[in-house]
Write a protein that binds this ligand. Structure first.
Ligand code: BGC
Length: 722
């Protein structure tokens, strides 16, 4: 930051009272700042023990309010704030703002970082016009447990892919300059390891070795930080028995010292106060002190800082310098956002009117939704023929508009295109039969019977099934990850008709699909596809777009296998090749492998891999090996394939995963077209965290795999010589 600006901020801090400084560290919802509450200590203020002047001194706002209200709140605030420090508005802009893109887990299945970046940019354009400055995104938490409802916000189980997507989101929101009114500052979350909550139960304990944390869980947050994310949010969980929000090692040692992060650290909602429940602070006073010492600059939605920090400083328990440091970071953020120059930065009612849900954004949402869908099974039913006669859409999602998914910002269900609407636009009213059959969680025998009757009249059937979006969100863990209610029964009743049937699934997490997958001729995972969902599904069902999504999270056979993920270790007793062994690592009732592995997804065409070769069998640091493979579209349609390169380190000083994704290329091939795909294998790709946490490669033998997913492919050995 320029000297002059820095000086200005320092002067402001010097002129501030301790009380004013501490207030900057508090984040409150917009209602605290609204004119309605003028001069009155409202209920929530009383509950939080806040004084009246908090609405002219608290530093930031949580939640969007729309351009005009943001302007009003800012004007009123600035008329009362003694130092002319503007408010910063932060909100959860997770997968779109008004135009809603597919949920992040879905977007990641596109394996298309450019499209994801474009979606973040579109979201930033919309949200900033509505007065938002900072988004609480990306969520870089690595996930392995589909019971956890928040896997819908993640980009999957692979640290490399997660890092690419974390970077793409940050690039999209910030667009290289958070000072530009069209861009948002990105707050990467939840630091750290929130995705590893025990048993998939939200907010639960995380107990993880430092090596695992560094090797798998930290890379994506680090990538976001390297990409320039302006803020980071602490997580609710413990790390090594200390809540992340009070964790000096995590926030000061790793984040600030090792990674050189100098942006703002914000607690998650109420997380400062929650360290009391965790049991590392006896009361609010201790919670405030511990969180401040750990380096949390902003306390979200609880008031331990404003209640206790002044007294802690007065009593000599806490150094004022710690508070000055935090306030400086908050003011620097406001400065970088350009708020001192223009406190209304971005907020523009006219632009808001024009840009929110504009055609360009809707188009992008439709494209991204088609790219996110994963074809899990197809016995030849798909794509549907354009000249098809009557088509029945059966199930609770036949005409449901709650398809945006959790954290859908300012998006409205009424603005989403339902599957029925998409299908009617394609086939006309007369050719589309609709029957709900049952609700998501309930249903009667009679409704199921009527749906079967309706299905009988059709030439082909689409079963539209799934979870409610409220089942896959924060505080929405599920112990049974099957289709809820009577949907399986409905599906079986319809499938018994023996008609060409495709099942379309709306959900936010990998589900247990064993029975359904066996019985349905075709299975298309559409996730929560966002505003343009219905249109995008129809694009895929009719083959206007040939699906190319690939799973970024394994689908287990059953919940008893969880966690099941591809980049695991071999046991000392892996599955033997012969069948005479008994004492090896396995279940008696299911395979060790998932139903659908990481990287898996089908197409309406087929691809053949041949001529996998390495240009040399060994390399030294500084050199590279070129791996090449020939991929041919052996089917009759144009299609995209995601060619994946995995590596296994055969012997290390610590155990290495059975496979790790190292690179991939998404290519489009015409029928019969052949392309040679090359990957460079370099020594840095072979590095990992050693026992002492240093990152190094080790000489020895490696296996390179190239193939269509993490469970298939061809392999060749090579050596790293050192
Ligand atoms: C969630 C965060 C979110 C915050 C603000 C919390 O409950 O864990 O992901 O950003 O609320 O809405």
């Amino acid at each position: 930051m320029m000297q002059e600006k820095q000086q200005r901020l320092e002067n402001i801090i010097k002129a501030m009272t301790l009380k004013e400084k501490v207030a900057q560290m508090l984040q409150l919802s917009p209602s605290f700042f609204d004119s309605k509450s003028e001069g009155v200590i409202t209920g929530p203020m009383l509950d939080m023990g806040l004084e009246e002047d908090i609405d002219s001194n608290a530093g930031s706002v949580l939640g969007w309010v729309g351009a005009q209200r943001a302007i009003d709140i800012q004007t009123r605030y600035l008329s009362k704030n003694r130092h002319g420090i503007p408010l910063v508005f932060m909100a959860d802009v997770i997968h779109g703002f008004r135009t809603i893109f597919p949920i992040p887990l879905a977007m990641s299945c596109s394996w298309d970082t450019e499209l994801v970046e474009a979606s973040a940019q579109a979201a930033a354009r919309e949200a900033s016009a509505a007065g938002v400055h900072v988004t609480f995104s990306p969520m870089a938490d690595l996930v392995r447990d589909p019971r956890w409802g928040r896997v819908m916000e993640a980009t999957g189980e692979d640290p490399y892919l997660n890092s690419l997507f974390a970077r793409a989101f940050v690039r999209g929101y910030q667009n290289n300059d958070i000072g530009e009114p069209d861009n948002l500052a990105a707050c990467v979350k939840h630091f750290a390891g929130y995705g590893a909550s025990e048993a998939g139960r939200d907010y639960n304990t995380v107990d993880i070795s430092e090596r695992m944390l560094r090797e798998y869980y930290l890379p994506a947050y680090k990538a976001a930080v390297e990409e320039g994310a302006a803020l980071i949010m602490t997580s609710f969980n413990t790390i090594n028995s200390i809540p992340a929000t009070a964790n000096v090692w995590l926030l000061r040692e790793v984040l600030r010292k090792e990674w050189g992060f100098n942006g703002v650290v914000i607690s998650d909602w109420g997380a400062v106060n929650e360290v009391i429940n965790h049991g590392v602070a006896a009361d609010g006073r201790e919670a405030a002190e511990k969180s401040l010492r750990a380096g949390v600059d902003i306390e979200m939605m609880t008031s331990e800082y404003v209640t206790h920090l002044e007294k802690l400083v007065a009593g000599g328990k806490v150094e004022e310098a710690l508070i000055d440091e935090a306030v400086m970071r908050i003011l620097e953020l406001k400065e970088r956002l350009g708020l001192f120059e223009n406190p209304y930065r971005g907020a523009d009612p006219e632009k808001e009117e024009k840009i929110l849900l504009c055609d360009e954004h809707r188009k992008l949402a439709r494209t991204l939704a088609t790219r996110s869908m994963v074809l899990l099974k197809n016995d030849g039913v798909l794509p549907l023929a354009p000249e098809i006669g009557k088509l029945a859409i059966i199930g609770p999602y036949a005409d449901a508009n709650h398809i945006l998914g959790g954290w859908c910002g300012d998006g409205y269900d009424e603005e989403a295109v339902t599957l029925r609407q998409g299908m009617v636009a394609r086939l006309g009213e007369d050719r589309v039969i609709i029957a709900q059959g049952c609700g998501i969680t309930d249903g009667t025998d009679e409704d199921i019977r009527m749906a079967v009757e309706a299905a009988k009249k059709a030439e082909a059937i689409v079963l539209a099934l799934g979870e409610h979006p409220g089942m896959s969100a924060e505080a929405c863990s599920r112990a049974f990850i099957t289709l809820p209610g009577r949907q399986q029964e409905l599906a079986e009743a319809v499938l018994r008709l023996g008609k060409p049937t495709v099942t379309v699934l709306f959900n936010g997490r990998p589900l247990e699909l064993r029975d359904l997958a066996e019985k349905t001729p075709a299975l298309l995972e559409v996730w929560f596809p966002g505003t343009e969902g219905g249109n995008a599904i129809v694009d895929v069902l009719f083959g206007d777009y040939n699906p190319a999504g690939r799973l970024t999270m394994s689908f287990p056979y059953t919940v008893g296998q969880i966690p099941v993920y591809y980049n695991c270790f071999s046991t000392g007793r892996p599955e033997p090749r012969g069948n005479d062994a008994h004492f090896y690592s396995r279940y008696l009732d299911i395979p060790n492998t998932p139903l659908y592995p990481f990287g898996y997804g089908l197409s309406y065409t087929t691809f053949a891999y041949s001529d996998f070769a390495l240009n040399r069998g060994e390399m030294r640091p500084g050199e590279e090996i070129t791996a090449s493979v020939t991929v041919t579209n052996t089917g009759s349609r144009e299609g995209e394939e995601v060619v994946q390169l995995y590596i296994r380190d055969i012997s290390g000083s610590v155990v290495r995963p059975v496979r790790e994704l190292k690179a991939f290329q998404k290519l489009s091939l015409q029928p019969g077209e052949t392309r040679k795909v090359s990957f460079a294998i370099t020594e840095p790709m072979l590095r990992f965290h050693l026992w002492d946490q240093s990152v190094q490669s080790e000489a020895g033998r490696f296996i390179a795999y190239v193939g269509p997913n993490s469970a298939e492919g061809m392999e060749i050995d090579f050596m790293l010589i050192k």
